[in-house]
Design a protein around this ligand. Structure first.
Ligand SMILES: *[C@@H]1O[C@H](CO)[C@@H](O)[C@H](O)[C@H]1NC(C)=O
Ligand SMILES: *[C@@H]1O[C@H](CO)[C@@H](O)[C@H](O)[C@H]1NC(C)=O
Ligand SMILES: *[C@@H]1O[C@H](CO)[C@@H](O)[C@H](O)[C@H]1NC(C)=O
Ligand SMILES: *[C@@H]1O[C@H](CO)[C@@H](O)[C@H](O)[C@H]1NC(C)=O
Ligand SMILES: *[C@@H]1O[C@H](CO)[C@@H](O)[C@H](O)[C@H]1NC(C)=O
Ligand SMILES: *[C@@H]1O[C@H](CO)[C@@H](O)[C@H](O)[C@H]1NC(C)=O
Length: 456
């Protein structure tokens, strides 16, 4: 029996060794150098951190070039006259290579000619989350040393952009802190929450860590941090639950990480597609949905930030304010971008009960819905409607009055009023286009109108 078990163990070990050696080393025919992949941590791992830096360039976006310690950076394809993006992954429960890394590297190299350095710290990031967290300082020091070598080559600090995922976002913050906040940019993709929400700004990502710090929040009620940590903090769909992610534990692993990983997929999508993910400063997601934040005048002086690689997220001002929470909605699947429109209904006369109206936008191929609620004794109700084609491609709008009927009192059988809509951001005159007559909406009946807005 014991012999049998030993033989089996030996077999398993051999297979694992074969697997891990099979991963290393294929040669890229174009550049002639050896391609290096991420490491895989299995139960044979030691207690060393074993950080690897893999360089990817425009000419070989699929072949990682291992940057060796000491003189390595001088003797590789690193081009010091280009900008540099450094990618840092987070906790790796299973000790495997991040599945998104290739997509992110390709998306970056697709949109700009830069040096991409992926930090592989799979060994130190596995096992238990707290022990991965304990390795963060050591890791940040070693990335910092690499950056110092780049600076010594004449690379400017402002041309360095660190993209940190989850725990990697706080590593990026620490690296930035070691460089006195003078590196160009840090992007945190759903910065980790556990052990960091109550940490001091020195320990976590904060706006002092680089000249421009931004974060995309997609799982703030779980693995992500719920406080703002950058100059601009995107709270996507409120920053907690993402459309298209399973809401039941029966979906297994996907249920656990879908919201958290959405930040990475959104970012990749923003780099790959031309559609814009524009966000709007607001106090809360509810205020945003209720149409209280319709432009970027305050505090961004008319320029709205957008997810992607534009300088300062496209915000046109010298000195950025800190920790500005900005909001946007997305569709459930790639490319995720939506257009936001304000929809309003003005009652001809106020009512002593709440009024609900369902608004649906139709284009040739899309259908998107939102519900306007007019509080009692008020004349007007508004809401944001997210739609995947521009407002000018919306052919028709359907309005449906949903009466509140109690068994002791029937609601009115119809309402009369005016409907208006406008795409965000609203212009400085707050112009909306209205259907030009007093609409009569019978209860529970779809009434359809043409929406005459021409494309510019
Ligand atoms: C690195 O150095 C070795 C030996 O000095 C040389 O053969 C090789 O071509 C160099 N590689 C690059 C990419 O410069
Ligand atoms: C480095 O990049 C610059 C700018 O794109 C280019 O002109 C130069 O040829 C590159 N150097 C090398 C060695 O590839
Ligand atoms: C760091 O990573 C190593 C290697 O995976 C691991 O053994 C160790 O527990 C981690 N934590 C510390 C504090 O070293
Ligand atoms: C929608 O369909 C109509 C009729 O087929 C066509 O004329 C119009 O160009 C289409 N609009 C868009 C945005 O595809
Ligand atoms: C706003 O209104 C003023 C005065 O009516 C007009 O001159 C200006 O062009 C309008 N601006 C926009 C953005 O529509
Ligand atoms: C619509 O209703 C308002 C308020 O009762 C009234 O002042 C206006 O004349 C009406 N417009 C039309 C076109 O019926």
């Amino acid at each position: 029996m014991v012999e049998d078990l030993k033989r089996k163990l030996l077999l398993v070990l051999t297979v694992l060794l074969l697997l891990s050696s099979a991963q290393a080393g294929s040669t890229d025919r174009l550049s002639g150098h050896q391609c290096t992949d991420f490491q895989t941590a299995n139960f044979l791992r030691g207690s060393k951190l074993r950080v690897q830096f893999l360089l990817f360039t425009h000419s070989s976006p699929s072949c990682g070039e291992l940057i060796l310690a000491d003189d390595g950076i001088k003797n590789c394809s690193f081009n010091s006259s280009l900008e540099t993006k450094i990618i840092i992954h987070g906790f790796r429960a299973l000790g495997t290579k991040p599945s998104w890394i290739e997509g992110l590297v390709h998306a970056i190299l697709h949109s700009s000619q830069v040096n991409v350095i992926a930090v592989d710290w799979v060994y130190g990031s596995t096992a238990a989350y707290p022990s991965a967290v304990e390795n963060v300082t050591l890791l940040a020091l070693s990335i910092s040393q690499l950056i110092s070598k780049l600076l010594a080559l004449g690379v400017s600090g402002t041309s360095i952009h660190i993209i940190g995922v989850s725990l990697g976002a706080h590593v990026a913050g620490l690296v930035g802190h070691f460089h006195g906040g003078q590196l160009g940019r840090i992007t945190g993709l759903d910065p980790a929450g556990p052990k960091y929400t109550r940490a001091s700004p020195e320990e976590r990502l904060d706006p002092g860590d680089a000249l421009f710090v931004e974060a995309i929040h997609t799982d703030a009620d779980n693995f992500g941090i719920r406080i703002p940590v950058g100059h601009i903090d995107y709270f996507v769909n409120g920053g907690r639950d993402q459309p298209g992610c399973p809401r039941s534990i029966s979906a297994g692993y996907k249920y656990l990480i879908c919201d958290h990983m959405r930040a990475v997929h959104l970012y990749v999508s923003a780099l790959e597609h031309s559609c814009m993910m524009v966000a709007f400063p607001c106090a809360s997601h509810q205020d945003f949905l209720n149409g209280h934040c319709l432009d970027c005048v305050d505090p961004f002086l008319f320029s709205c930030p957008r997810i992607g690689l534009q300088e300062q997220a496209g915000v046109n001002m010298k000195k950025l304010p800190k920790e500005v929470k900005v909001y946007l909605m997305t569709s459930p699947s790639a490319p995720f971008c939506v257009h936001h429109s304000l929809v309003e209904f003005h009652l001809q006369k106020t009512r002593n009960t709440v009024t609900s109206i369902e608004i649906t936008f139709f284009s040739n191929s899309t259908k998107d819905t939102a519900k306007i609620t007019i509080p009692k004794h008020q004349e007007m109700g508004k809401r944001l409607l997210a739609h995947s084609v521009p407002l000018c491609q919306i052919n028709s709008v359907t309005l449906k009055y949903l009466p509140k009927s109690h068994f002791w009192r029937k609601d009115e059988s119809f309402i009369v009023g005016k409907f208006c809509a406008a795409p965000l951001p609203l212009d400085s005159n707050r112009t909306t286009s209205c259907l030009p007559w007093n609409l009569t909406l019978p209860s529970k009946t779809d009434i359809s109108y043409k929406l005459p807005t021409a494309c510019a």
